[in-house]
Each structure stands twice: as C-alpha cells, then as structure tokens.
Write a protein that binds this ligand. Structure first.
Ligand SMILES: [Zn+2]
Length: 352
C-alpha cells in the first residue's frame, strides 16, 4: 500500500460545522443528546456518511453507523471507529466529534486511495455518551455492548422530564436494528485528552490503558450551631471544620496512593451558612476514582473509618450514572447509627 494521508482541511472543516450547531444565545455549544440540536448534528453526519457512499444503519437506541463493506469481505467482523456527537453544556469542538469525523475521514481516504480492506470498516456515533440530559452516560455504547437493555435505556427520564425513547422518535432517530447487531473485530476511538498529562509531558498522542472506576457519595456531618464569638473552641461541634478535615484527608490520601487514584469534594454546603454561626451541618459530595476495584473499596473504607471520628455522620450512595467498564459503589452506607454518640478517639484527628 502506497503512502496515503488524510485531508486535514476536510476534517477540520467538518469539525467546525457541527461546532456551529447548537450554539445558545451566549454562544455556548450545547448539543445535548436527542435534542433538536443533536438532530441537526445527526442530519449533517448522515449526509456526510451518505456522500461517502457508506451503508447507513441506525439501531433502536439511535446509534448511527456508516459501514464500508468491501465486496469480497462483506460478512467479516468490521473494524469499528467512532465516538459520539452529543455534548455537555458549553462544550469544546473536539470532544466526541473528533472521534466520529476522523473515523469518517480515514474511511474516505482509504476508499479513494483504491485500497481494499479485508474486512468492513465502520464509523459509529453512539447516542448520549455525555449523560447530561439522560442517565446513564456512555449509554449508546453501553447498550451496544449489552451492558444495559435497550428498553431500560429508552425509558430513561431526562432532567427536563422527557422520556428518551419518545424524544428519539420525535427527532426521527429511533432505528429498527437491534443494538449490538454490528459486532466489531476491533474498536478504535480517537479522542482529545480529557486531562493535562500529555500536554505537560509534551507528547502528541497516547493510548488509553484503562478506565477509572467511580465511587460517588453524599455525606452529611451534623454539628451544633452556636455563637461564633462566645462558644469556647473546646466546646464546639463544628461541622464545617469536620468537612474541611474530610477534604484534606481525601486529598492527602489520594496523593499518597499516587496516580491513578484521585479524589475530589466538588460540592460543599454549610447550614445555616452565616458568618457568625458555627456550622450545624455540612453536606458534601465525594468523588473517588481508581481503575483498581480493590483499591477503590479500600478508599471507601478508609473514608468510613475516618468518619467514625465525628458524631452525626451520614453517608449515602449518590444517585449517579453508570460508567461501563468501571466499578462503582452502589451500596447505601449508613454509618449514622454506628457513629452516633461516638467521641473522637485517640486515632482521630482533633475533631471539631
Ligand atoms: Zn467524549
């Protein structure tokens, strides 16, 4: 095979085109799954697949496939390329679309070069990979891989109260093929890096080795509201201080555990939330991630043990979305009864 190369300008031009579909009044790119903007993006994609002479197939969850079937290898399992075209709120140009449109670019380039593959090559755009409007995220590929039934996915109720299946019908992308009808020989997804590591290392490209397992919890710490001026430090039950200790504990533990373990408290609320009142309650979310399920469980256990230092601690499984290929905590832990009335022990940090 002689040297071939893609048409970079064609690819970039196409990337800019869906980048213009779904701009809101503030100029933000918002192409939520199965919305009118998503339909416009899908229509553009299907036009390009059609122009490239690909066989277009749409399954019941709305995943779109453009398939190049070489004549003498029609029934071989295909090489599948792709990603998604739905976006988050205020998205960038490249997330998802880069994977789909580069897949199309590869197919068009190989086709026009006269090369004959020994198996079909297909490009896929999976429905609702972002999970902003409907849970779980990575839905289309999860259904395709058999990790979630298509019926359950179609019944997903969105943040706007709509049912995904109804919206899919409305925008005209409720296909008839059973999800998973196209079983790939291999799957390859080009994606912009979602973190800062390659840039820091000065590398142009890297390969994903694993997915982070996710554990989400919402934690409530009960303290005692009291006067911030007249209550001696030794007599305080400061839920705000306890929350700060939890944040520090998780942060330092993740640093000590080293990459790829990470932890974040992304949301924190105090009650009554006044400058001169000791917080009576702190409500925070915990996001723990690790590709190794055992280590992820250990992080959960460490947090639970740490929590025993404070009376009035409650933790619950956060209503979270599913991530295929990752482990997660779905158990609703309730340490309230166990920890109630406990005073800080010797092993505990000075509790507030
Ligand atoms: Zn993406």
């Amino acid at each position: 095979m002689s040297e071939v190369s893609i048409q970079a300008e064609r690819l970039l031009g196409r990337l800019r085109s869906p980048g213009a579909i779904g701009r809101d009044d503030d100029g933000r790119l918002v192409r939520l799954a199965v919305s009118d903007a998503d339909r416009a993006g899908r229509d553009a994609l299907v036009r390009w697949l059609d122009d490239a002479g690909l066989e277009i197939a749409i399954d019941r969850i709305g995943n779109i496939f453009g398939i190049w079937r070489p004549q003498d290898a029609q029934d071989e399992a295909p090489l599948l390329l792709g990603s998604h075209i739905d976006t988050v709120i205020d998205a960038g140009l490249y997330d998802g679309c880069y994977g789909v449109l580069s897949g199309l670019e590869v197919i068009e380039t190989l086709k026009s070069s006269g090369w004959r593959p020994n198996r079909p090559i297909a490009v896929a755009a999976f429905t609702n990979e972002e999970g902003v409007r409907y849970a779980p995220d990575m839905m289309g590929s999860l259904v395709h891989a058999g990790g979630l039934s298509v019926e359950a996915a179609l019944d997903s109720i969105g943040i706007d109260g709509t049912r995904l299946g109804d919206e899919l019908e409305r925008i005209g992308y409720a296909g008839e093929l059973e999800p998973g009808f196209l079983e790939p020989h291999a799957y390859l997804e080009l994606h912009i890096e979602q973190g800062p590591v390659l840039e820091r290392e000065g590398l142009a490209i890297g390969a994903v080795e694993t997915l982070q397992g996710i554990s989400w919890q919402r934690i409530t710490i009960e303290g005692l509201a009291n006067h911030a001026g007249t209550t001696p430090m030794s007599l305080r039950h400061d839920a705000g201080h306890a929350a700060a200790r939890v944040i520090t504990f998780l942060h330092e533990r993740a640093i000590a555990a080293n990459m790829p373990a990470v932890a974040a408290v992304g949301s924190l609320r105090f009650e009554p939330n006044a400058i001169n009142v000791i917080p009576a309650r702190a409500i925070l979310t915990v996001d723990l991630r690790d590709p190794d399920e055992t280590r992820l469980r250990e992080a959960e256990t460490a947090l639970a043990s740490f929590s025993m230092c404070w009376p009035g601690w409650r933790a619950s499984g956060y209503p979270s979305s599913a991530s295929p290929g990752s482990s997660r905590s779905s158990s609703t832990a309730d340490w309230w009864s166990r920890s109630k009335g406990l005073l800080p022990g010797a092993a505990c940090p000075a509790a507030g």
